[in-house]
Design a protein around this ligand. Structure first.
Ligand code: DQA
Length: 151
C-alpha cells in the first residue's frame, strides 16, 4: 500500500484552540490536534500536511495548491463555513474528495452556524465529536481513497 497525501486545513481562530471558549472547543491545542492527525496518518498510511490560517485568501491558495499535490482534503473552515462562497468555489474547482469537520455540534448552537457552504460539497460532515472528529475524518478519507485506488 502506498502513501496518499491529505491536506488537513484549519480556518480562522483555530490557532487559539485550547484557550478559546474551552467549554465549547475543549482544552486541546491546535498542536495537539496536529499530533492526533499525524498519529492517525501513520496508522492509515496517509501523509499529513497540517495547516491553519486566519486569512480566507490563504486558505483558498492552499486549496488551489492541493489540486496537484494532494489526494484528499479534511477541512475545518471554522467561521468561513457559514460565510464563504469563495472557499466553496475553490473546493468545487479542485475536484478532490473533501471531508468537513467541526469540533462542536454546529446544529446545537446559534442558527447562523447551522448552514455551511461546504457541507453540500463534502463527501462527509463530522461535527460534535470534539477533536476526535479529525481522526474519524482521516479514517473515512483513507477508505474513500482506497476505494478510488488512490492509495
Ligand atoms: C467550528 C464551528 C464554527 O461555527 C466556528 O466558527 C468555529 C469552529 C468548530 O470546529 O466547531 O470557529 O468550525
Amino acid at each position: 500500500m502506498s502513501f496518499a497525501s491529505v491536506l488537513v486545513l484549519n480556518g480562522p481562530n483555530l490557532n487559539l484552540l485550547g484557550t478559546r471558549q474551552p467549554a465549547i472547543y475543549g482544552s486541546e491545542t491546535l498542536a495537539d490536534v496536529e499530533q492526533l492527525c499525524r498519529q492517525a496518518g501513520k496508522r492509515l498510511n496517509l501523509a499529513i500536511d497540517f495547516r491553519q490560517s486566519n486569512a480566507e485568501h490563504q486558505l483558498i491558495d492552499w486549496l488551489h495548491e492541493a489540486r496537484t499535490t494532494m489526494q484528499g482534503i479534511v477541512i475545518n473552515p471554522a467561521a468561513y463555513s457559514h460565510t464563504s462562497v469563495a472557499i466553496a468555489d475553490a473546493i468545487i474547482a479542485i475536484e478532490k474528495p473533501v471531508i468537513e469537520v467541526h469540533i462542536s455540534n454546529i446544529h446545537r448552537r446559534e442558527a447562523f452556524r447551522h448552514h455551511s457552504y461546504v457541507s453540500a460539497l463534502a463527501e462527509a460532515v463530522i461535527c460534535g465529536c470534539g477533536t476526535q472528529g479529525y481522526v474519524l475524518a482521516l479514517e473515512r478519507m483513507a477508505t474513500i481513497l482506497n476505494a478510488r485506488n488512490l492509495k
